[in-house]
Design a protein around this ligand. Sequence first.
Ligand code: SDX
Length: 434
Amino acid sequence: MQSKMKQAGHARIEVEGKSVELPLMEGTDGPKVIDVRKLYAQAGVFTLDPGYTSTGSCESQITFIDGDEGRLLHRGYPIDQLAENSGFLEVAYLLLRGELPSQSQFTAFEQSITRHTMLHEQIDRFFEGFRRDSHPMALLTSAVAALSAFYPDAMDIEDPEQRNLATLRMIAKMPTLAARVYKYSIGQPFVYPDNSLSYAENFLRMCFSVPAERYAPNPVLTRAMDRIFILHADHEQNASTSTVRLAGSSGAHPYAAIAAGVASLWGPSHGGANEAALNMLREIGTPDRVGEYVKKAQDPDDSFRLMGFGHRVYKNYDPRAKVMQQTAKEVLDELGVNDPVLEVAQKLEKIALEDDYFVERKLYPNVDFYSGVILNAIGFPTEMFTVLFALARTVGWLAQLNEMIEDPSQRIGRPRQIYTGPDQRDFIPVRDRG
Ligand code: SDX
């Protein structure tokens, strides 16, 4: 990746009487940045930014979020246009290669994915070591890391050919792994991929077909699944993507870096929020109880938060949540399902968006607020929701990992700190400690 930052001037800071001038850089869109990489050498001080609220870790050309406007672009294309008009594998191509593919480029890419959908036969035995009631994310995190033991021929991240092979393999095998994680948890036999099906169709068939019955794919659910994958594909330098970049910056192979991302995504403040959000909506149960929970969420002494609400970057409506809400209505209408959870979610959104606490803090529904309604309608248990998030986000993690490796300015990530522990002191033998 060649840098496209432009110098837009300088930032000058005074540090203990010493004036330090730092480059002010600008990109295509979004806030300018002060390039502080020489700050310590010039001024002998570090910056401190717990949670990285004001700190960029890298230059990237993949995804852009305008938090104030609620805009999300993938290589410049708005997420709502991609969700409406594109498919997940086409978006995967866009994220990885930077441009939408021609028909022949897409066909070749789709075939390169399809031919890697099967897993080494022994991986199936890997799952036997887990209890059937293990959380699916425990199995997925472990299985992704274990891929390196079965595919050691694509581990050298300095070799573009090997990196490309590892990338194609992981995009192709995540649905097969995720489906096995689900089948293992319900005690049903694993289903092999059928490469005559589309990516989402293949995945749903591996999850929901059983040997005893003919399986008929549902085009409405297939389209909804593919759209959910698009909405989860990438999202700038979120916690799990930053984890992937940091893990990869040490030279760790792609399987290890992606496994680190899966582990980070599991947290309820991040990818685990979709499971927590649906559990919360079910706990609320009926629209008349929504007000009670909106009050709980504001109580500083109560750790309860509205799951699926709020975002570090979006201070406006998450554009993915808008598409997700529309898709939830379409799917439930198509299926003729009247899920009371959707009514609770819509009432909760309405009340929260009129409440000063949420308005002042600019808290809006995020991608996780409505996704559970659709995933539940498709037939997944809540414990599988973050697995589905990880399946889709693998494309974004791989695009970001490859961009980092190809970025000449990137080095091993090694943050500094401010130390406030004890000053230097001499060891006291235990006999003298009293
Ligand atoms: C994802 O980063 C990404 O891009 C992530 C993601 C992606 O695609 O990769 O978009 C996916 O992780 C979406 C977020 C899913 N998480 C949740 O829905 C969990 C609930 N949300 C919160 O925990 C919270 O909003 C975060 C974690 C998402 C963001 O936290 P921040 O930016 O650190 O904000 P904060 O915790 O400092 O909150 C600011 C204020 C606080 O109140 P005060 O201390 O100022 O009084 O807002 C309050 C918070 O208490 N607040 C909430 C709230 N979220 C924030 N209050 C009630 N309910 C909430 N959901």
